[in-house]
Each structure stands twice: as structure tokens, then as C-alpha cells.
Design a protein around this ligand. Structure first.
Ligand code: F6R
Ligand code: MG
Ligand code: MG
Length: 375
């Protein structure tokens, strides 16, 4: 059994919230190499999307393992120290606790993990995003694993005819449900179409009885009770041989769908698929970015990394994202560019409401004189 983990955190930005400083990446990489030498990890690499550092790791400790999570916590302490040393922005932003206590749940860093029995050839794609939220994966996961217009394999490959099981979390009420697709498809869409609250956590192949995809499902704003940055998500998807092909996994990102999270975590903007070299959201702290890193995992080793959106066939999606960004920006502080108030409630709306509570007065009842405005 092999465990594939991505653990990520924003521990400081360069410049502002736009990117990670190379010195922080160098520190994280050297810690990962030490952990490989020490036998904690089988393999590992470090990548950044926007101001978030992701540790991409293989090991044999299982998901939610205390020593793996503790290691990641230590690495993020180290990168925070580098960020302080260089005066980088928001040093230690996602580290919400003073001390590590056995598991990263609720502590700020996000993580996606899955256990797998390595197939003779094991293609794995890691998605890293910046300036958005975990529910941003709902739309592509639905298309990849449930929509035959995206994934012809659902029609052509008999190993996919039985469909896929989706585990969906309710982030507000801390509960979960399984949907068997295609049977439960319409019911599931009712929930996952509201991605700020309902988030796909895992997808399993019904034929292979294996995990095909796992996402990070933390929401920092809910954890911290106030706005502390955006919980930029990560996702792992296994591909091929009875699972969707690499091209089927990437296809949904050819449409730059709108996600929540740009500028102050408070705006909808198009999700732009980019290479690592372009994963630095600088216009209006956006548009939100997604990178896809492909690996042929072999004997637990990651092998050579492929930067999968570094491909001109995604140029049109990037162009459309820029057009949509211009269109949305012209709404300024109005919805649907700005998030609906319910979502802002989890950021700063509550404070504003508390401040204005005394100034609200009831509307006059019918037949009464209109209230005069205060002098
Ligand atoms: C951070 C983000 C940014 C910040 C914005 C304000 O991931 O989404 O849009 O919210 O730059 O940042 P502060 O409040 O740190 O000045
Ligand atoms: Mg930041
Ligand atoms: Mg970020």
C-alpha cells in the first residue's frame, strides 16, 4: 500500500499574495530531501501555485499519519521563518495554531491524500490552485467522472459503465453523504452546484473499488471564524486503465469556469489553467490559477514531473479567462462579481452587521407617515 499526499499552506507571499519566494521553496525542498534520506518519505517534491507551497509526497504511513502531518507542519514553520527573515507578506498566514497536535485537521494547512495499490503503470495528476476554495473542484470532478460529453470512457470503457461514487461534505454542518452516479446524478448536482458549502471530498470507481480522486476540503474562514486568507485547494486524480484518461481529466479546464476567491476572497473570477511559470496571480489578485502536475508513479517514486497545462491547447481557455475577467471586473462591488452576502458572512460581513445594528430601524407600517431622515 502506498499513500500519496499533497499538503499545502500559504506561509508568506512575494510580492503581496502573488507568489512564493524562491528561498522558501529551496528551504522546503531541502527538508523534503532530508525526509527522503531519513526514510520518512519514499519520494517528494515541492511546487508552488500563487502564494501557496505544496509538498507532494509518497510514503507508506497511510492517510492522516501523525508523522507525515507533523513533518509538513515543521516544514511550514521553517518556510515561515524564511518569510519573516525576508520580510515577506503574511508570514505564517495559514498556520492557525501555536503547536502541532497529531493531525493537521483544523490547523490551517490543506491536504489531499489517498491510499493506493500501485498498478503496473500509475499515472497521477496533482492539481494545485490559488485564489479559490475547495468547492472549485466540484465542476471538473462531475465532468470527469459523471459526464459522458467530457469523458467518452464512461460510454466506451466497460470498466467505467458501473460509474463512480462521490463522497460529498457539508462544510457548514460537518456531515457527509455518498452519491452513486449515474443513479444519483441529479440529486448530487443539487448539492455540488453550491460549491461554497458542499464539496466533493473523494471519488471511487465502483468497478475497481479504488479511490480515483481526493481533494482538500478545509475552509480556513470556517476554521478560524474570521477571514484569514483563502483556503486554496489541492486535488489528486489517478488516471487511465478503467479510470478517466489524462486528457479526460484535463478537459474540464479548457472551460475557464467561474470560481469564488479572487481579491480578498470575496469575488468570482474565471479559473485560469496555467503552467507553473504563469502561476502568479497578479491582476486583481487573480484570476484564480490552477496548475496540473503529472507523474508516472513507479515503485512509489514520482519520477519526472510534467507541467500539463504548459500546452498551447489551453491558450484559448486563458484568453477566454481574460475576456471574462474584464467583463466581471466591470461589475465592481456588485454581484455576481462580488460573492453573495451569505458567503461574505464567513469573512467580514458579520463585523459590519454588528457595527450597523443600531442604525437599522423598522419600515413604517402601511398608512403611517414616512419616517423623516435624521438631521
Ligand atoms: C489572498 C487574497 C488577497 C488578499 C488581499 C488583501 O490570498 O486573496 O486578495 O485578500 O490582497 O490582503 P491583506 O488583507 O493581507 O492586505
Ligand atoms: Mg497569502
Ligand atoms: Mg493562496
Amino acid at each position: 500500500m502506498l499513500t500519496f499526499s499533497i499538503i499545502k499552506a500559504d506561509t508568506g507571499g512575494h510580492v503581496g499574495h502573488s507568489a512564493v519566494h524562491p528561498a522558501m521553496l529551496a528551504t522546503a525542498s531541502s527538508r523534503v530531501h532530508d525526509a527522503i534520506d531519513a526514510g520518512l518519505l519514499i519520494d517528494g517534491t515541492v511546487a508552488a501555485c500563487g502564494d501557496d507551497i505544496s509538498l507532494i509526497m509518497t510514503h507508506q504511513r497511510g492517510t492522516d499519519a501523525a508523522d507525515i502531518h507533523g513533518f509538513a507542519w515543521d516544514v511550514f514553520q521553517s518556510t515561515t521563518r524564511v518569510a519573516r527573515q525576508y520580510g515577506l507578506y503574511g508570514a505564517g498566514q495559514d498556520l492557525l495554531s501555536d503547536a502541532f497536535s497529531g493531525n493537521l485537521r483544523g490547523m490551517g494547512p490543506g491536504y489531499a491524500e489517498l491510499d493506493l495499490i500501485e498498478r503496473p503503470s500509475e499515472p497521477v495528476i496533482c492539481f494545485l490552485a490559488d485564489k479559490t476554495e475547495p468547492g472549485a473542484w466540484n465542476l471538473p470532478l462531475y465532468k470527469i467522472f459523471a459526464d459522458p460529453f467530457n469523458t467518452p470512457g464512461l460510454v466506451i470503457d466497460t470498466k467505467m459503465h458501473a460509474g463512480f461514487r462521490f463522497e460529498v461534505y457539508d462544510l457548514h454542518e460537518h456531515k457527509r453523504i455518498w452519491f452513486d452516479c449515474p443513479a444519483d446524478l441529479y440529486e448530487m448536482l443539487m448539492y455540488i452546484g453550491a460549491p461554497s458549502r458542499y464539496v466533493i471530498h473523494q471519488v471511487r470507481s465502483r468497478t475497481l473499488d479504488e479511490v480515483a480522486a481526493a481533494t482538500s476540503t478545509q475552509r480556513l474562514s470556517l476554521i478560524a471564524g474570521k477571514y484569514v486568507g483563502k483556503d486554496d485547494p489541492v486535488m489528486i486524480i489517478r488516471a487511465q486503465s478503467g479510470l478517466p484518461a489524462v486528457g479526460e481529466v484535463l478537459e474540464p479546464f479548457a472551460f475557464p469556469y467561474s470560481v469564488a476567491g479572487a481579491m480578498r476572497g470575496s469575488h468570482h473570477a474565471p479559473f485560469m489553467p496555467v503552467s507553473l511559470g504563469q502561476a502568479h496571480p497578479s491582476r486583481f489578485d487573480g484570476p484564480p490559477r490552477v496548475v496540473a502536475l503529472g507523474f508516472q508513479v513507479h515503485d512509489g517514486l514520482l519520477g519526472r514531473q510534467r507541467d500539463l497545462f504548459d500546452d498551447p491547447s489551453f491558450d484559448e481557455a486563458r484568453h477566454q479567462a481574460n475576456v471574462v475577467m474584464d467583463y466581471l471586473r466591470r461589475h465592481g462591488p456588485f454581484e455576481p462579481h462580488r460573492l453573495p452576502l451569505e458567503d461574505l458572512e464567513y469573512t467580514t460581513m458579520a463585523q459590519l452587521e454588528a457595527r450597523l445594528a443600531d442604525r437599522w430601524e423598522p419600515l413604517p407600517s402601511p398608512g403611517r407617515q414616512p419616517a423623516t431622515s435624521p438631521a
